[in-house]
Design a protein around this ligand. Structure first.
Ligand code: NI
Ligand code: MN
Length: 226
């Protein structure tokens, strides 16, 4: 499994020869828009955690370009289905066996309106059980006790957690989240993109390190192999 950071909550995940793109927000992100041409991004599936602009902005253009299947909650999937895209609707607690592995849509505490204010269902995160490795993509969320349910079913190898505070968990709550999910290997996301969520990278990494955990803050387009 190869995971590539594209800024904010956007990630590419390669499992075997399947390309998954999560929450594509690139053309509106000052940190990534000059480094990435969205038409170069490969996607067989686009996973959307919720309907906020900083998660869905480029989904339409990339789905049009790649023919990717959009996977999200029922309301978001229906929104894209009505536009003519191929979709797979899910909802909280549900899992499905895709060609890349088993995918579960799990709880997040946040909101989920589309940029025009229309209803985007309830926000979520994803657990991917790949062939060899399991990961959790929390999406935008507060710290929630529901995270304790995840390790009851899935032994995680890595988790992608928001750490920018203000709109989501900050660093301290993300450290508690990593206890709840029983996973000490974390990629941070949802920081630095806007003024409200700028963080001190070294301080964030130190706080995780002091609890015996590893926080990775990837550069734009940087990849790690799991
Ligand atoms: Ni959001
Ligand atoms: Mn967001």
């Amino acid at each position: 499994m190869i995971i590539t950071f594209y800024g904010q909550n956007s990630f590419g995940i390669n499992i075997g020869d399947i390309n998954i793109l999560v929450d594509p927000f690139i053309t509106g992100n000052k940190l990534s828009k000059d480094q990435i041409n969205i038409l170069d991004l490969k996607a067989d599936y686009i996973l959307l955690t919720h309907a906020h602009q900083d998660h869905i902005l480029d989904a339409e253009a990339i789905a049009k370009n790649t023919g990717a299947i959009i996977v999200s909650n029922f309301e978001i999937a229906t929104h894209y289905e009505n536009m003519g895209f191929e979709v797979h609707p899910m909802n909280h607690g549900g899992s499905w066996d895709f060609e890349f592995g088993r995918l579960k849509y799990v709880n997040a505490i946040h909101t989920s309106s589309f940029p025009d204010g229309s209803y985007g269902g309830q926000p979520g995160g994803f657990v991917i059980e790949g062939e060899h490795k399991n990961i959790y993509i929390a999406g935008d969320t507060a710290l929630t006790m529901d995270m304790k349910l995840i390790p009851m079913r899935t032994k995680l190898d890595l988790a992608i957690l928001p750490i920018g505070d203000n709109f989501t968990m900050g660093v301290e709550d993300a450290i508690i989240a990593s206890d709840f999910i029983e996973c000490d290997k974390i990629i941070g996301c949802h920081y630095d993109t806007f003024g409200y969520i700028e963080i001190d990278h070294e301080e964030a990494k130190r706080k995780f390190y002091e609890k015996g955990k590893d926080l990775m803050l990837l550069d734009i387009c940087e990849s790690i192999e799991l």
